[in-house]
Design a protein around this ligand. Structure first.
Ligand code: ARG
Length: 462
C-alpha cells in the first residue's frame, strides 16, 4: 500500500535509494505527540470553517485520541516506508478512520507549516526541561558556596596566582553565568511562542482557516505567524536554541576544567565522591573525573551542532527547502546530551569534598598580596605608578631570597622604599586582603554574602 502523501502525479514509486535518503521517521518520530496535538487543533478550525461536520469532528478527535494512545503504548510506530512522522501518523489515522474521513484532515495544511510548528513545541518543552536542570546545578553550586562561606583560595588570572578570593565568590561566578543561560532560555521561549500553523506550504490557505485559533490551542502565547513564508522557512529559532545549549555546554566545560585541575594530586583542592568518579581497567589506584571530562568533550559536540546547523541555513532561498530536514538531528542531540549530562554534573558538584587547608595554604602563595602592598601605599599618598614599582621590588627581593612577602624584615622593607613602614604588615594577610575588597561584587565576606542573597532570590523566581 502506498503511504506517500504525494503519489498522484507520479507514474512510479520512489527508488529504494531515494526512500532511504529521504526518510526522517527514525529521528522525527519524537515529534509524534506534537503532531497529534497539531492535528486536533487543525481539525477544530476545519470544523469552524465548515469543512468538517460536528459529527466528523467528533469522530476525527476520537481517532486522534486512539492514535495517540497507540503511539504512547508503542503499538503504532512509523516504519521505513513512512517518509516522515507526518506521513506515518496520517497512515495511522487512515487505518483507524477509513479514507473518507481520515483523508479530510490534510486540507489546508502542509508538512512545511506542520513541522515548523511542532519543532517549536518540542524545543519549547525541552527549553523548560533544560532550564530546570540548569537551576538544579545552580542550587548545588549555591549549596557548595554556602557550606564553605569563609574558605579562601588562590584567585588566578592566566592560571597564575593573582589575588586571594573566597572559594564561595569563585563558585558564585559560575552560578552567574548559568543564570544568564537560564535567562536566555526563558527569553528564547518567549520569542519562539509564535505558531507557523496555517502558513500552509508557504502562501497560507484559501480555506478560511483561523491560524490564531490554532496558535491559541497549541499554547503559542504570541499568536500565529505574521508572514506565512517566514513561518515555514525561518529556523533562526533553532539556531538560537543551538547557541544557548552550546553556551551551556561551554559554561559547564569551564567548571569541568577547573574540577579536573583541582582534583589532581598537585592541586588537591577537591576530592570527588566515589559515586561520581570512575576507575581504571588496569591501574587499581585510579579515580578519574570522567563526568567533568565528558562535559568538556560534549561541549565540543554542542558547538558542532550549532555550526553544522548554521551552515545548513546559510544562503537557503525562501521558502521551504528540503535542506531544512537537516535542522532536527543537531538540536535533538543537543537536548539529549544536556539532559543526560546536567544531572550527572550536578551530582558531582553536590558531593565533592573541599580541602580547605590546602586552598588556604596556597591562597597567599605566589606573592598574591603584592597588589595589597601597592594599594596600601596609594592610601599613604604614593602615586600608583610608584606604588606598583615598589611592590614589584618587594616581589623581586622575595624571589631572590626564596621567601614570601610577609617574610621580609622591617629593614628590608625600608631599604626598598621609605614609604614601606612596618604598618604595611597589616595588609599582608589573606583575611585582611579579602575583607578590604568590600565594594559591590568584590570578594570580601560581606560582599559575597550580599551576592549570595541576590543569587538565591533570583533562583527562587527563575
Ligand atoms: N520531513 C520534512 C522536514 O523535516 C518535512 C516535510 C516537508 N517535505 C516536503 N517535501 N515539503 O523538514
Amino acid at each position: 500500500d502506498d503511504v506517500r502523501l504525494w503519489g498522484g502525479r507520479f507514474a512510479d514509486g520512489p527508488a529504494e535509494a531515494l526512500a532511504k535518503l529521504s526518510a526522517s521517521v527514525h529521528f522525527d518520530w519524537r515529534l509524534a505527540p506534537y503532531d497529534i496535538a497539531g492535528s486536533r487543533a487543525h481539525a477544530r478550525v476545519l470544523h469552524t470553517a465548515g469543512l468538517l461536520t460536528a459529527d466528523e469532528l467528533e469522530r476525527m478527535l476520537d481517532g486522534l485520541d486512539r492514535l495517540e494512545k497507540d503511539v504512547a503504548a508503542g503499538t503504532f510506530t512509523g516504519t521505513v516506508a513512512d517518509e516522515d512522522v507526518h506521513t506515518a501518523l496520517e497512515r495511522g489515522l487512515l487505518e483507524r478512520l477509513g479514507p473518507d474521513l481520515g483523508g479530510k484532515l490534510r486540507a489546508g495544511r502542509s508538512r512545511n507549516d506542520q513541522v515548523a510548528t511542532l519543532f517549536r513545541m518540542y524545543l519549547r518543552d525541552h527549553a523548560r526541561i533544560i532550564g530546570g536542570l540548569v537551576t538544579d546545578l545552580q542550587e548545588a553550586l549555591v549549596g557548595l558556596a554556602e557550606a564553605h562561606a569563609d574558605v579562601a583560595m588562590p584567585g588566578r588570572t592566566h592560571l597564575q596566582h593573582a589575588q586571594p578570593v573566597l572559594f564561595a565568590h569563585h563558585v558564585l561566578a559560575h552560578v552567574q553565568s548559568l543564570s544568564r543561560d537560564a535567562e536566555r532560555l526563558r527569553q528564547w521561549d518567549e520569542r519562539t511562542a509564535v505558531s507557523p500553523y496555517g502558513s500552509g506550504a508557504l502562501a497560507g490557505s484559501s480555506l478560511g482557516l483561523d491560524p490564531e485559533a490554532v496558535a491559541a490551542d497549541l499554547g503559542f502565547e504570541r499568536g500565529s505567524a505574521g508572514n506565512s513564508i517566514d513561518g515555514t522557512a525561518s529556523r533562526d529559532f533553532v539556531a538560537e536554541f543551538a547557541f544557548i545549549t552550546a553556551m551551556i555546554g561551554i559554561d559547564l566545560s569551564r567548571i569541568a576544567e577547573e574540577v579536573i585541575i583541582w582534583n589532581t594530586k598537585e592541586f588537591s583542592f577537591v576530592t570527588l565522591h566515589d559515586a561520581f568518579s570512575t576507575g581504571s581497567s588496569i591501574m587499581p589506584q585510579k579515580k578519574n573525573p570522567d563526568i567533568a571530562e565528558l562535559a568538556r568533550g560534549k561541549s565540543g559536540r554542542l558547538i558542532g551542532n550549532l555550526t553544522g546547523l548554521l551552515a545548513t541555513l546559510k544562503a537557503l532561498p525562501l521558502a521551504y527547502n528540503r535542506d531544512l530536514q537537516e535542522d532536527k538531528e543537531p538540536v535533538f542531540d543537543s537536548c539529549d546530551q544536556l539532559e543526560v549530562l546536567l544531572p550527572a554534573f550536578t551530582g558531582m558538584m553536590a558531593t565533592l569534598t573541599v580541602n580547605r587547608a590546602r586552598m588556604e595554604e596556597l591562597a597567599p602563595a605566589g606573592f598574591s598580596l603584592a597588589t595589597d602592598i601597592a594599594e596600601w601605599l596609594v592610601k599613604q599618598g604614593v602615586p600608583f605608578r610608584v606604588a606598583h614599582e615598589v611592590a614589584g621590588e618587594c616581589v623581586k627581593e622575595c624571589e631572590a631570597r626564596g621567601i614570601e612577602l610577609d617574610g621580609l624584615t622591617d629593614e628590608q622593607f625600608a631599604a626598598i622604599s621609605p614609604h614601606l613602614t612596618p604598618e604595611v604588615r597589616s595588609v599582608l594577610s589573606v583575611p585582611g586582603a579579602l575583607a578590604s575588597r568590600s565594594g559591590r561584587g568584590g570578594t570580601a565576606p560581606s560582599a559575597v554574602a550580599v551576592q549570595l542573597g541576590e543569587v538565591k532570590a533570583d533562583l527562587a523566581v527563575q
